[in-house]
Design a protein around this ligand. Sequence first.
Ligand code: GCB
Length: 592
Amino acid sequence: MLKPRSTATRELVRLDGLWRFALDSDEVRSPWGATLDTALEAPVPSSYNDVFADAAIRDHVGWVWYQRTVRVPRGWAGERVFVRVDAATHEGRVYIDDQLVAEHVGGYTPFEADITDLVAPGQEFRLTIGVNNELTNTTIPPGAITVDAQGRKKQQYFHDFYNYAGLARSVWLYSAPAVRVDDVTVVTDVDGADGLVRYDVALTADADVTVRIEDADGAEVGVAEGANGVVRIADVHLWQPGAAYLYDLVVEVRQDGDLVDTYTQAVGVRTVEVRGNQFLINGEPFYFTGFGRHEDTAVRGKGHDDAYLVHDFALMTWIGANSFRTSHYPYAEEVLEYADRHGFVVIDETAAVGLNYSVVSGFLGGPTVPTFGPDSVNDQTQAAHAQAIRELIARDKNHPSVVMWSIANEPDTAVDEARAYFEPLVALTRELDPTRPVTFVNVMLAPVGVDKVSDLFDVLCLNRYYGWYINTGDLEAAEANLEAELRGWEQMYGKPMLMTEYGADTIAGYHSVLDQPWTEEYQAAYLDMNHRVFDRIASFVGEHVWNFADFQTATGIIRVDGNKKGVFTRDRKPKAAAHALRSRWTAIGKEH
Ligand code: GCB
């Protein structure tokens, strides 16, 4: 799925701004059929939940409607016209006037529709987008809907971050020629001092393809003919963590010698490999420092915002982070493009979080049913999960920053059914992308020896909270238990091991000279304890603190206005631990 771009043959109009907005209700019938009768306006991109001071909107379960009028540029006669929605969380329906043109389930990946036959250049049309936030046992992520004694629909979900919904990313109108590039796949390799760019261009119709590679100064450094092939770049400038370098792969499509389409794909030449207990980028051992993050800010919820994008990367640079995981869903494409341009390394995760009913029942007061079963995680869930993997890889396969796929966060892998569930998903991931390692993120409830699936994956990613959820406030016991467990994993698998989550809730401004959970000192001491252990384990290839910043959660008795494990507050102020991490990670950065 190509990101729409403006090229010599393609034009792009961003449909962001204020849209008419209404909750679905008995009064709002077929709202695509006429101008939406509402006083509300909602910003796009933004989650809608926190924008209005209205609990009925914030807690709404079901459909909401966005609508605006759009004019097709007059110069688009003869072109195909598309509407593209970067994300509709979790289900979207797009109507052009009263015609349904697209339906999509999955809240964090894009979808589009060719609307050429329904619109006219120079003319206006009514664009209505319905968005549904419901999560069930067959969606990714899963959830459950109940109806309470007052007859209200309630959404329960099995992850702690708030179920923000709406159009949190941009909506686009774009033009492209009928004969065009439909997809581009790029895989890079290194041969001595040269770079190899294997490419595969899918077209909508037969045509001649030329591929040119330009360096960062725009000089042509390689060229090839044909829809697929290999371009050699002599004396290649590699894409390196912390030292990004991007080439442009310019695809030109010709018919009878005339240029009919052109599309430019950024390419970073780099290799990724797991060898023994090491994670190699460009043949060199790489040690991940950074965070599990969330797309989360005040007011916007999960709404993409370029100011926060730049600021968050600036803070990650300040603190010495070289990488992050897109916990727990695919992030906006702008985030990955920024990582590509600035040399950040990314573990790219699907939205498969909460496939674990034992965590749910233990922590979140959820159902006490087995994770895998006809009414919980079943074949349909697995099919939705497979689709989530397909869409993630289709969208993100060309990003040099993405070095590994994480296909789930903390699923229930303590039971035998997990194997049958995951085996085909791992095979699918490898088939779709044979070049990147595949991982999943293991939960404390499935420690070494209990977990049934880790042998299927390339890298062990663990979330461990010794000193927080267990051994609370007792860092001595925590240190011993953490080390014992990590040594167990190392002995059993000998694979590279990464701590993908470790963290302690911390209220900024709360202090103590004692080991008091919730204080800034405790967070720093807790992280320090973890680091002492990591440094003693040879197979350790990285540390991602949970979390970059405080973030909003569902209401509940274990969260006070959200999850406070951020190293930065929700408004991005450093807690004491930020300074300690900065010294450690900048020192690690200098060693590598
Ligand atoms: C976890 C989850 C993460 C939570 C975190 C916590 O294991 O993966 O989504 O936010 O714990 O703070 O409880």
